[in-house]
Write a protein that binds this ligand. Structure first.
Ligand SMILES: Cc1cc2nc3c(=O)[nH]c(=O)nc-3n(C[C@H](O)[C@H](O)[C@H](O)COP(=O)(O)O)c2cc1C
Length: 169
């Protein structure tokens, strides 16, 4: 059974985009039609039955374009199945769940999403952008902590939970 699914991501250094692609691949393997897009490039969500929104975390916050997306589409998202994830923890704290940032809690509550899923992230000297990121990427936080098995497992659960739209024809 297939529904039209959007995986919308917000990234700075690319790690979250690759997580979104992996989620999209898994959903496709389960027969869904999926678009994986940068949240900043998404205009209308009218064609989607289910939406997965994910952002990288910086200083305990989501990327602003992801927050804007949730706020802008809060009513339409409320009529759809929606899941949230964020990618952040690296280094020794890589398995620590991250709280939903304060300014994401309100739209999440209005939409009625399940609790956010935390995925470990990547901080790599090759991809680090900005002075602070490059500096941190030389320390003990450096590395790719993304757990592809966990990401696929989460996506497979969503694939099973997405209900197909009722077709009247
Ligand atoms: C300056 C800076 C601040 C960060 N702040 C957080 C944070 O508050 N919480 C967290 O879990 N991860 C934090 N991270 C880790 C990033 O979220 C992680 O590297 C993420 O995978 C990057 O995603 P992206 O490549 O999609 O931008 C921070 C990284 C940098 C460079």
């Amino acid at each position: 059974m297939s529904g039209q699914v959007l995986v919308a991501y917000a990234t700075k250094m690319g790690a979250t985009a690759e997580i979104a692609e992996a989620i999209g691949d898994e959903l496709r393997e389960h027969g869904h039609q999926v678009d994986v897009r940068n949240v900043a490039d998404v205009g209308s969500i009218a064609e989607y039955d289910a939406v997965i929104v994910g952002s990288a975390i910086y200083i305990r916050r989501w990327r602003p374009e992801a927050v804007r997306f949730l706020r802008k589409h809060v009513d339409e998202l409320g009529d759809r199945q929606v899941w949230l994830f964020h990618s952040g923890p690296v280094g020794p704290d890589k398995d620590q769940e991250q709280e939903l940032p304060m300014n994401v809690r309100r739209p999440a509550r209005l939409i009625g999403t399940p609790p956010v899923m935390t995925f470990a992230g990547r901080l790599d000297p090759q991809t680090a952008k900005g002075f602070l990121a490059r500096r941190l990427a030389r320390g003990d936080l450096a590395g790719d902590s993304r757990d592809w098995k966990l990401i696929k497992h989460w996506a497979a659960g969503i694939a099973g939970a997405i209900s197909s739209p009722a077709r009247s024809e």
